[in-house]
Design a protein around this ligand. Structure first.
Ligand SMILES: Nc1ncnc2c1ncn2[C@@H]1O[C@H](COP(=O)(O)OP(=O)(O)OP(=O)(O)O)[C@@H](O)[C@H]1O
Ligand SMILES: [Mg+2]
Length: 254
């Protein structure tokens, strides 16, 4: 993995559409987005502007129509498929907007999935997952199945699953949406502490302005583009330059 590139995520000219002909929707219209190592980057913008689509592209869950994504200096699109699977498994943690927990597994088993996938023995993996769930205030519910948990509890199980293998990049889609203020703060504390590491980064999609004070950088998205980046209240480094590169200009003048 490249160590001389200080970026965690670099998106250049990302375009993505769904459907064809009359049904074609241009969702990403030339996104340029930079997240540095050690940074907690918030991605904000109106509903439907393309946030979930963008982070799905960054995580390699969706392909692009054009543009490039590199993670820690590596371009996933040019990696051999088996290497890409291993890279994503060990270096990425993703919290889905709809949680996506496995209904047949308990909270602890769900949170342990990345460790089990990496080959860790079951007992050790589940113990580690339990310890993390405990830190997230779910110590008493580790044996419960997702259907027995509230939305906020499921959200925290999904977060534990994203953090348990200590990935270098954690991407969260609305991680505090179903949480009360105090629990939301605790969740963000945990996320922030995992991003403080100089070799890691966190991207948080959110509408929740109660947690904005955790941001190093706030990137504003609108109509399929990053239109502005600014230092967040916690940001000690200047924000990435506001993207205004040829792909963005040509997209806006198209
Ligand atoms: N699979 C799909 N097929 C067709 N259109 C899609 C698909 N996925 C997303 N879209 C469209 O892309 C646009 C952006 O969706 P996306 O989910 O990325 O928005 P968002 O910014 O995450 O919104 P929200 O804040 O409501 O979660 C929307 O207009 C949506 O309808
Ligand atoms: Mg979304």
């Amino acid at each position: 993995m490249s160590t001389d590139d200080p970026t965690a995520v670099r998106c250049t000219g990302i375009r993505k559409h769904f459907g064809e002909d009359d049904a074609r929707v241009e969702v990403l219209r030339g996104v340029d987005y930079l997240v540095r190592r050690g940074e907690l980057s918030f991605l904000v913008g109106p509903s439907g502007c393309g946030k979930t689509t963008l982070i799905s592209v960054i995580a390699g869950l969706l392909g692009t129509s054009a543009g490039e994504v590199s993670l820690f200096g590596r371009n996933l699109a040019t990696m051999p498929a088996d290497e890409r699977v291993l890279f994503r498994r060990s270096h990425l943690g993703f919290v889905f907007q709809q949680y996506n927990l496995l209904q047949a597994l308990t909270a602890a088993e769900n949170a342990a999935v990345p460790l089990l996938a990496a080959g860790m023995r079951r007992r050790e993996a589940v113990d580690r997952a339990r310890a993390l769930l405990d830190r997230l205030g779910l110590g008493a519910r580790t044996g419960a199945y997702p259907r027995q948990l509230s939305g906020g509890q499921q959200q925290r199980v999904a977060l534990a699953r994203a953090l348990v293998h200590e990935p270098r990049l954690v991407i969260c889609d609305e991680p505090t949406a179903a949480l009360d203020h105090a629990t939301g703060e605790a969740v963000m504390e945990l996320l922030a502490s995992s991003a403080v590491h100089p070799e890691r980064a966190v991207i948080v999609v959110t509408h929740d302005n109660r947690v904005f004070h955790f941001a190093d950088v706030i990137a504003h998205m609108d109509d399929g583009r990053i239109v502005r980046s600014e230092a967040g209240p916690k940001g000690s480094t200047p924000p990435p330059p506001t993207p205004c590169v040829p792909s963005c200009i040509s997209a806006s003048s198209a």
